[in-house]
Ligand binder design. Structure first.
Ligand SMILES: Nc1ncnc2c1ncn2[C@@H]1O[C@H](COP(=O)(O)OP(=O)(O)OP(=O)(O)O)[C@@H](O)[C@H]1O
Length: 581
């Protein structure tokens, strides 16, 4: 199916507007949600017969019957994520007692200070580590002891930011005092503002209108894994930039070309980019980073993985200013990445909000058994035939499966289906994203490309159609819902092939404060080697095996159309973007 045909078929011409009564269409029946409900959609905590091959009942599992999922208060069961961290120095956050379950716990992470929480670190569930850690603030007003330009306060207010979130109340003072930082806070808790506000504040005013020590060339660089995220952060920058002529550059091929003139790039204040794009410009001699005073790696664990590490090393080496401040942010930072992060920072402060690598308790998580891959589509169709809360974000493991699933949903009459993955042209990706932001997409099928950082306030439900490949991927994927204090729901399909890894996800669910049936906790723990295989099963490219007939021709035609569209979009992009900066 061509992209155009797909779009026409998938659109009912209706825009979903949560402020109107549309949402009620999907809420005819309120489904139970929350901590008291089991996190697995199978027979009330009993192992489904299909999974009996684990023979946990024959004592294959290690847990004793007394280790029920309803753990005693104040005691936290050691989980898989803890085990991954076993080799690291015990961190204060792992020792902290669990806060009370339910919304109270959420408030401890998101909200700032309910009356009883005000002012205490433990109540905030924030732990800090480092020498002479600057004190946190309880309000944006509290930042007035620092020299923060008044227009920034005005811009905070006009953007609707009344009080800092926990991560902001700790990170902003630390960054304002010039310290390097590694900050870990759950998804959707405002990490972007936590680094943008101090950067804008420290830069003071645009280089073009400043008489201070501004040097020559770009002064701040924010590096993120995807162009979509870079775009989103650029938009956040624009909110803080109102009223001043900041030169903020969302780095792309076109902007890189425009900055090939040194005079043009010397006027730039902040660049937001993906690592590859930045390194390409450095290697072509079209960019210098020797005046950079602030370097942020957002989604730090992704930035420090083997794929991006060489580029990050090159970027860090190019940032040679003696007053360089480095800041790493993420919702997850496994032990290995944290070691790399700490090596990269000078006299850092480490801030952890909540529990490391743990989703917010406001996201009601559940696991749904679907036997095998062909059974997933009917299961999803059944799910979507029930009242649901659009937009729903659905994750597949590959681009081809995302496209195939989107096509299947359209052919099955689901309205307003969209698709976004890295195999699409930039224009297709942008269009898809814009439809999502406008509320025109009710069901968005995507891949890992949207798993990190993307902020869609309205996403109420996330479905992991294909099992995630790491705990971190699970945490980030489901973190697309439950943002900025809102409730969310996350459903993960698992097949027999995924079952050996079920316990790893179940442990995360448990750690978030939900109950998990005993039979899952009694499953044998996969070995370290086996854990690396999580979610990496070979899955067919198409999600509906019955549609094989005639498909090859259809796919060929689709690829030809897509190729021709890509070429014309690229040509159009090159001519229009050369005017942009
Ligand atoms: N102080 C605040 N008050 C109200 N809303 C806020 C505040 N700070 C941030 N937000 C909003 O919270 C949402 C999530 O913020 P952000 O995208 O920065 O989260 P994040 O922690 O970076 O998430 P992720 O880990 O997924 O990248 C955004 O919509 C943002 O506008």
């Amino acid at each position: 199916m061509s992209n155009e045909a797909f779009r026409l078929l998938s659109r009912g011409g209706v825009v979903f507007d949560k402020s109107k009564s549309d949402v009620q269409l999907f809420n005819k029946k309120k489904r139970p949600q929350g901590k008291d409900s089991s996190a697995v959609n199978s027979e009330s905590g009993q192992i489904p017969v299909e999974l009996d091959f684990f023979r946990y009942a024959q004592n294959n599992g290690k847990r004793k019957p007394s280790e029920s999922s309803n753990q005693p208060k104040g005691k936290r069961r050691k989980t898989e994520s803890d085990e991954e961290d076993e080799d690291e120095e015990a961190s204060p956050d792992s020792k902290a007692p669990l806060p009370a379950p339910g919304p109270t716990r959420m408030q401890a992470v998101w909200a700032l200070h309910s009356k009883e929480q005000k002012g205490t670190r433990t109540a905030h569930r924030v732990t800090t580590k480092g020498t002479n850690v600057p004190s946190h603030v309880d309000s944006f007003e509290g930042l007035k002891k620092y020299t923060i330009p008044s227009h920034l306060f005005a811009n905070l207010t006009s953007s609707g930011y009344k009080e800092p979130t926990s991560i902001q109340s700790y990170c902003i003072p630390i960054m304002l005092e010039g310290r390097d930082i590694a900050a870990i806070s759950p998804t959707g808790t405002g990490k972007t503002l936590a680094y943008l506000l101090p950067i804008f504040s420290k830069l003071g005013s645009p280089a073009s209108s400043s008489s201070g020590d501004v040097g020559t060339g770009v002064r701040a660089v924010i590096v993120v894994p995807t162009r979509e995220l870079a775009h989103q952060i650029h938009n956040e920058c624009l909110k803080l930039a109102q009223g001043r002529k900041w030169k903020l550059v969302l780095f792309s091929k076109a902007t890189a070309n425009a900055l090939s003139q040194k005079a043009a790039r010397d006027k730039v204040d902040i660049i937001i980019s993906t690592p590859l794009r930045l390194v390409a410009a450095l290697q072509e001699g079209n960019l210098e980073l020797n005046n950079v005073r602030h370097l942020v790696l957002d989604e730090a664990d992704r930035m420090l993985d083997t794929e991006f590490m060489p580029q990050i090393q090159e970027i860090v080496a190019a940032c040679s200013h003696s007053k360089l401040q480095k800041a790493l942010f993420s919702a997850t930072l496994p032990a290995g990445a944290e070691r790399l992060a700490m090596e990269m920072l000078d006299d850092p402060v480490r801030v952890v909000v909540g529990l490391k690598d743990t989703p917010l308790p406001l996201i009601a998580q559940s696991l749904t058994y679907v036997a095998d891959d062909p059974s997933k589509l009917p299961s999803l169709l059944t799910y979507l035939a029930q009242p649901y809360n659009p937009p729903v974000l659905i994750f597949t493991s590959t681009q081809t499966r995302a496209t195939s699933l989107a096509e299947e949903l359209v052919l099955n009459g689901i309205s307003n289906v969209d698709c976004l993955h890295a195999g699409m042209t930039q224009k297709e990706r942008d269009d898809s994203l814009s439809r999502m932001r406008k509320g025109e997409s009710w069901v968005m099928i995507t891949t890992e490309v949207m798993a990190r950082g993307m902020d869609f306030k309205g996403v109420r439900e996330v479905i992991n159609y294909d099992f995630p490949t790491t705990i971190q991927s699970y945490v980030h994927r489901i973190g697309r819902t439950g943002r900025a204090g809102r409730e969310g729901k996350a459903v993960t399909f698992f097949t027999d092939e995924d079952a050996p890894y079920l316990k790893m996800i179940a442990n995360v669910i448990l750690q978030s404060g939900f109950t998990v049936p005993d039979w899952i906790l009694k499953l044998p723990k996969p070995s370290k080697l086996k854990r690396r295989q999580m979610g990496k099963v070979k899955r067919p490219d198409i999600v509906n095996p019955a549609r094989k007939v005639g498909r090859r021709d259809a796919v060929k035609k689709r690829d030809m159309v897509a190729g021709s569209k890509r070429r014309s979009a690229k040509a159009a992009e090159n001519s229009s973007e050369s005017e942009e900066i």
